[in-house]
Design a binder for this molecule. Structure first.
Ligand code: AMP
Ligand code: MG
Length: 342
């Protein structure tokens, strides 16, 4: 079984080819970072055009990398949401067009499901597991019970965690995207330098909040000279506050599952923010407190890519879950509404 996956929901044009033996046969990501950098964030209109410009080139490149032709593929998978609708439409239409012309089954993939299932490709994790999905657009804790079976335990009530990293990095003059730059700057700083709030700490449930943290950073920065030492200390303090806040929420999720008698096999992290090593160290400790393993895909597979969509395609295809060409592109598509039966 060989599945080609297309990812175009944000600012990366990703094409991946994966087989059922968990082998990655092709992995191509055309990043639009340079086009969005001057604006300090993703501009939807620019993103849609940029996907359109490269998608016809990256598909044949992926086939070449895998050393195969269209006729060797078993099915085409594409992200059909959630995301920036212009980009989603580009990938979904391309996927449907290839499937129609080559008479291949089409598999509609929820972008969040692709993130959620990646650890099964990289670490062979078994269901059920606890998932932290932390990216530029999302921050959620989910119980992953099976393909298409997700239970939301908590989500951010305001900003996504990646957004918090990105906005604070911008205030600190670090550039975009902010997460990796904050992590880098933090290496030279002191995490206790600034007493930033720990949003939601100790609060009932598993929801997140990051907008207060962003405001606190803004207040502390106001009128200050952004010297390298100041920036490093602020980056380290911010990273520590985020890690503390997420760690607390994760502990609450484990406690909730324990009260309900739900056992999990692993604690998995996905999404771009899961590339953060300080955060991963904390999550590893929480997993071991709860006697389960921690698994996070390699950073390249944590950020948006086509491989994760191809893998979600493999998971769906082997359950016989294929879709018609009438599936819509959706800007909003909560994971809990991603049924196993489509
Ligand atoms: P995604 O939305 O999954 O493509 O991930 C992109 C988000 O992940 C952006 O908000 C980045 O700032 C963030 N990110 C990437 N690498 C890191 C890192 N090392 N630490 C924290 N955030 C990161
Ligand atoms: Mg993503």
């Amino acid at each position: 079984m060989l599945i080609l996956g297309l990812e175009t929901s944000c600012d990366d044009t990703g094409v991946g080819i994966v087989d059922a033996r968990r082998e990655i046969r092709a992995d191509i990501v055309a990043s639009q970072l340079a086009a969005h950098r001057p604006y300090g964030g993703v501009v939807p209109e620019i993103a849609a055009r940029a996907h359109l410009e490269v998608i016809e080139e990256v598909v044949p490149s992926a086939l070449q990398q895998a050393g195969i032709g269209f006729s060797d593929l078993s099915a085409i998978a594409a992200t059909t949401g959630p995301g920036l609708i212009g980009g989603v439409m580009v990938g979904a239409m391309m996927g449907k067009a290839i499937a129609a012309v080559r008479r291949l089954p089409f598999i509609s993939v929820n972008h969040l499901e692709a993130h959620a299932l990646t650890a099964r490709l990289t670490h062979d994790v078994a269901f059920p597991y606890l998932l932290l999905l932390a990216s530029g657009g999302h921050c959620q804790l989910l119980l992953v019970k099976g393909v298409g079976a997700y239970r939301l335990l908590g989500r951010t009530i305001d900003d996504a965690v990646g957004e918090c990293f990105d906005k604070c990095a911008k205030m600190l003059g670090l550039g975009y995207p902010g997460g990796p730059l904050i992590e880098q700057a933090a290496q030279k700083g002191t995490p206790k330098a600034f007493a930033l709030p720990r949003p939601m700490l100790g609060r009932k449930g598993c929801d997140f909040s990051f907008s207060g943290l962003k405001t606190a950073v803004r207040t502390l920065i106001a009128g200050r000279e952004l010297s390298p030492a100041f920036v490093a200390d602020m980056a380290a303090s911010l990273q520590a506050a985020i890690a503390d806040s997420i760690a607390d929420r994760a502990r609450h999720a484990f406690a909730l599952l324990e009260t309900e008698g739900v056992g999990v096999t692993a604690f998995v992290a996905g999404g771009g923010v899961a590339a953060n090593q300080t955060l991963c160290a904390r999550l590893t400790a929480i997993a071991s407190e709860n006697n389960v393993v921690f698994a996070a895909p390699a950073p390249r597979l944590c950020t948006d890519n086509g491989v994760m969509v191809a893998w979600a395609g493999v998971e769906r295809f082997r359950l016989g879950l294929v879709d018609g060409f009438d599936v819509p592109a959706r800007p909003r598509w909560p994971l809990e509404e991603t049924g196993a039966v489509s």
